[in-house]
Design a protein around this ligand. Structure first.
Ligand code: ASP
Length: 422
């Protein structure tokens, strides 16, 4: 069994990669031998358990690491400096991502290249899902323009912590708590701080245990995903150009924009950054959730990119919901695509609204699979595009969600390195 031992001494990202490939192979074989049901019943649940464990740890991790992060800054002026810097850089990167998406969508015009017969067929398949998202978006809009503040400020900590999509509310409480703690004399709160210190170490150890399970979990997830397609790839043909435009946008961010930022604004070498990001990206890719990836992002950013714990434990948990460059870029491409398919010409004013809304709404997008649908529906309706258009892109969304999540977490890590630059 020495090969087995050797396998587990390989770097984590290689183990995950092997898991991914094994999962895809299992899925493909299952389709060939009529074993899809077997995969769904006996293999996929292990992947789901893996995701559940990551989601389980996400809220305590965000909560505790943020309290530790804010109190670790020692005084309010340092908090405002780092906080201000973090939010400003997050906004700038999001803005670049949205503009990139608009640029690609306008230049390539993927919506003009779709076969109209296929469009009708695709749309019919997803109308019920769209109705659900539309309802959620109408509920949100009913409460007026300041509703987003309601989404940020919780009225009950326990109910906020009970829902992974309310991460922003947990962040609000943790930052508020941390700020208050900074203003109380250190001698009085020293026991509280050492309590959170100990708690943080325990949570990180739990993370280590979950991550050990990653290659298996990833294999099970991929097998389930491939089995679900049942071998029918026709949707990729119909929406191929749209998918390629999204993929191009993601790769421009990954291989052009972030390396440039790292080169210009940090002392980390671009090679080191790209290499260190592999496990984080693979994790994000398979889980489709920035929140579930947070433990790995934190570990890699601190250990490999050598970002101080003080900065990482503030910048990264905040970034999980606030900063989504991949999602923002994808949203602007998708909006243009839907408008183009439906034959709606967007004015310059409408495009400005798209940019603004996408940037603002990316703040509230939860870092969970498909977290951006409700927000996308909202942006669509705000520029007068029927929300039903969402049905066009849902069928092909999972792989694109995987990719944009990988971009989202890379963006968070890049910003952490920039904020940390001494
Ligand atoms: N899945 C994405 C994330 O977790 C959010 C989205 O784009 O739907 O970052």
């Amino acid at each position: 069994m020495s090969w087995f031992k050797k396998l587990f001494s390989l770097p984590l990202y290689i183990q995950i990669l092997i898991g991914m490939i094994a999962g895809v192979l299992i899925g493909v074989v299952a389709i060939q031998v009529d074993g899809v049901l077997f995969v769904q019943n006996w293999i996929r649940p292990w992947g789901q358990i893996f995701i559940r464990l990551l989601q389980l740890i996400a809220i305590p991790l965000v909560f505790i690491s943020l309290i530790k992060g804010v109190t670790g800054l020692k005084d309010i002026s340092k908090f405002s400096r780092i906080g201000g810097k973090t939010i400003s850089i997050y906004l700038v990167t999001t803005c670049v991502a949205v503009l990139l998406g608009l640029f690609l969508g306008l230049i390539i015009q993927p919506g003009k290249l779709v076969n109209p017969d296929r469009v009708k067929h695709i749309q019919e398949n997803y109308l019920s899902v769209v109705d659900e998202k539309k309802q959620a978006s109408i509920e949100g809009q009913k409460n007026g323009p300041l509703n987003f503040l309601n989404e940020i400020v919780p009225n009950n900590l326990v109910s906020a912590a009970a829902d992974n999509s309310k991460m922003l509310q947990v962040i609000f409480f943790a930052v508020f708590f941390g700020i208050a703690a900074l203003t109380v004399s250190h001698s009085k709160i020293a026991p509280v701080l050492s309590f959170f210190d100990g708690l943080n170490d325990i949570i990180l150890r739990m993370v280590d245990y979950i991550v050990m399970f990653a290659p298996w979990g990833v294999a099970a997830l991929m097998a389930g995903l491939v089995a679900d397609t049942g071998g029918d790839m026709s949707i990729f043909g119909a929406l191929g150009v749209y998918a390629l435009v999204v993929i191009a946008g993601m790769f421009i961010l990954l291989l052009g924009f972030y390396p440039l930022l790292i080169r210009l604004f940090t002392k980390v070498s671009v090679r080191k950054f790209i290499r260190s990001m592999y496990p984080v990206q693979l994790f994000a890719f398979t889980t489709s959730s920035s929140a579930a990836t947070l433990p790995v992002t934190m570990e890699v950013v601190e250990k490999d990119l050598k970002v101080s714990q003080e900065v990482a434990s503030f910048v990264l948990p905040v970034g999980v919901t606030i900063n989504m460059d991949g999602t923002s870029c994808y949203q602007s491409i998708s909006i243009l695509f839907i408008a183009q398919v439906l034959g709606i010409d967007l004015s310059l004013g409408q495009m400005a609204v798209i940019v603004l809304m996408t940037i603002l709404s990316s703040i509230g997008t939860p870092g969970i699979p498909g977290g951006s649908y409700v927000v996308l529906t909202m942006v669509l309706t705000s520029v007068g595009i029927p929300a039903e258009g969402l049905a066009l892109i849902l069928g092909i969304d999972r792989p694109l969600d995987m990719l944009r999540t990988a971009v989202n977490v890379t963006g968070d890590a890049a910003v952490a390195a920039i904020v940390d630059k001494k």
